[in-house]
Write a protein that binds this ligand. Structure first.
Ligand code: ADP
Ligand code: MG
Length: 498
């Protein structure tokens, strides 16, 4: 693996490292920007100070020599030269004095300072002198060659005109090399760089500490997730020690485990209930078969009786198995893909036809009221699986028949209801449901009156299937019941744009 691959891997396999690098980059850029700004400001400030003090020097010298400049005699020149030498030596600056046309009258040759102009040279071509000759104070900065090759230095020059009776009689130019300022700036730059390095170092230390704090819970979480996916063991939970987003994540993770545990519990319960339900009729069948073998088949009356009960038991077994298959199909979600436009009116009619024979057997009076005019809701329909929904209605109707004594009546109606829904209502004049059973009747295998319902052949799955189907269609089912008077079940189904 190359060096860069290694760096890349180190960076992108750890969130904390990515954060660290981001911090470092941001902090370094910010500090660099501040340092640059500070250096520029310091330089500007120092240059202004220097320029001002050079200007003061030039003006002072001007006051000293203005008369001699006008005189233009050898004696006067000597006095000018003396004044220039004195001030230049005292201040450590280079001073040049030129006459009204820019010819050099006097100059200092102080302290090996460059450059050393020779007397008589015309300096009027130099920018600051040229400008000062017009009567204004001027300055400029430029590199001047040193004595040795490569020893160029930056110089700051300030040139002041000397005026007498409204005329410029000469120019005094004071100059210093900028070596001192530049050295100070370099020193400042080094200090800034040191600060940046130190800050980077502290950032790394803090980030490493933070990284450990972040990484630990995240690692714990992924370890637990891996353990669960490898072994299916849901016994462990994550410790939740923090109030921040990571703590929140751990709490959600635990909630998810809790939910999985609950599902697992329901699954186990379902299997054990289903096995129990299957076992009971199977044993009964075994008993009947044994009795027949033991001689009951000799007696025709007895044989018919046993064969009839055998038929009932096998029917019950078959319908139980059908219910179990339906439940498992609904659970698996494979039924969700249906999107028929459902003709609710027809569906209800067909469901009623399907159970009419059973109802007639018990002399129950069934009336249907279809008040469903889909034209009232144009462009909308119930969407889903038609045969499943019919199965839900039939299940409720079957209960009504089962739990309504002979001569009772069942009313089925369908209509549009408020909130853009379709409402299917099934009302009976049956036994009713005890209030304490009411909240549970949609649970799997729940039967209100165990003894009686077993005799009527119930499995306790019918309403659970109803609820699953209705929920799959984004609807809900309600029940109201009064013991001794009857029950009413209402299926609400949402309409969808089609
Ligand atoms: N129309 C009804 N009248 C009275 N009781 C009902 C009615 N419908 C359902 N129940 C009660 O709800 C329980 C659950 O119904 P269901 O899930 O269909 O199971 P079952 O196989 O017993 O019919 C029934 O055992 C019964 O006690
Ligand atoms: Mg039922």
């Amino acid at each position: 693996m190359s060096f860069f691959d290694r760096i890349y891997k180190w960076l992108f396999t750890s969130l904390a490292n990515q954060l660290l690098i981001t911090y470092l980059v941001v902090i370094t850029i910010a500090l660099l920007a501040v340092s640059m700004w500070a250096l520029v400001a310091i330089r500007h400030e120092s240059m202004t100070d220097l320029r001002n003090s050079l200007e003061v020097e030039a003006i002072n010298l001007g006051l000293e020599i203005d008369n001699d400049l006008v005189l233009d005699s050898p004696k006067a020149l000597a006095r000018i030269q003396a004044a220039v030498e004195r001030r230049a030596t005292r201040l450590g600056v280079a001073i040049a004095v030129v006459d009204r046309v820019g010819r050099l009258l006097a100059d200092s040759s102080p302290l090996n300072m460059d450059p050393v102009p020779r007397e008589g040279t015309n300096l009027s071509r130099e920018k600051e002198i040229n400008e000062a000759l017009t009567g204004i104070i001027s300055n400029s900065t430029r590199a001047e060659p040193g004595l040795l090759p490569g020893s160029d230095r930056n110089w700051l020059y300030v040139a002041c005109p000397v005026r007498s009776m409204g005329e410029t009689t000469g120019v005094i130019r004071v100059g210093v090399p900028l070596t001192e300022i530049e050295r100070r700036l370099r020193k400042d730059l080094i200090v800034f760089l040191e600060i940046i390095l130190a800050t980077g170092f502290v950032t790394i230390l803090i980030s490493l500490g933070m990284a450990r704090r972040f990484n630990k819970p995240v690692r714990e979480m992924s370890a637990l997730a891996r353990q669960i996916s490898n072994t299916g063991d849901l016994s462990a939970l994550l410790p939740v020690r923090r109030q921040d987003e990571i703590g929140e994540l751990s709490a959600s993770f635990n909630q998810m485990i809790g939910r999985l545990r609950e599902q697992e519990r329901l699954r186990q319960e379902f299997i054990s209930n289903a096995s129990h339900e299957l076992k009971t009729p199977t044993m009964a069948i075994g008993g009947v078969v044994e009795a027949l073998q033991a001689g009951a088949s000799e007696d025709p009356a007895l044989r018919t009786k046993f064969l009839n009960s055998l038929e009932r038991l096998v029917d019950r077994q078959a319908s139980l198995i059908q219910d179990l298959l339906d439940i498992s199909r609904l659970d698996s979600g494979s039924e969700k893909k249906w999107h028929d436009h459902i003709d609710v009116a027809r569906l209800v009619q067909e469901a009623v036809e399907q159970i009419r024979v059973q109802a007639d057997k018990k002399q129950l009076n069934i009336s249907t009221q279809i008040l469903l005019d889909m034209k009232e809701s144009p462009g909308r329909a119930v969407v889903g699986n038609s045969s499943q929904l019919q199965r839900a209605v039939v299940n409720i109707l079957t209960n009504s028949i089962k739990y309504t004594p002979e001569g009772g009546s069942i009313t089925v109606s369908a209509r549009l209801s408020a909130g853009n829904r379709v409402e299917i209502r099934i009302q009976d004049t049956g036994s009713g449901i005890e209030p304490q059973d009411l909240p549970h009747i949609f649970e799997r295998f729940y039967r209100a009156d165990k003894a009686r319902t077993r005799e009527t052949g119930g499995t306790g799955l019918g309403l659970a299937i109803v609820r699953d189907i209705v929920v799959m269609h984004n609807g809900h089912v309600e029940v109201e019941s009064t013991v001794g008077q009857g029950s009413v079940f209402v299926i609400h189904l949402p309409l969808r744009d089609v």
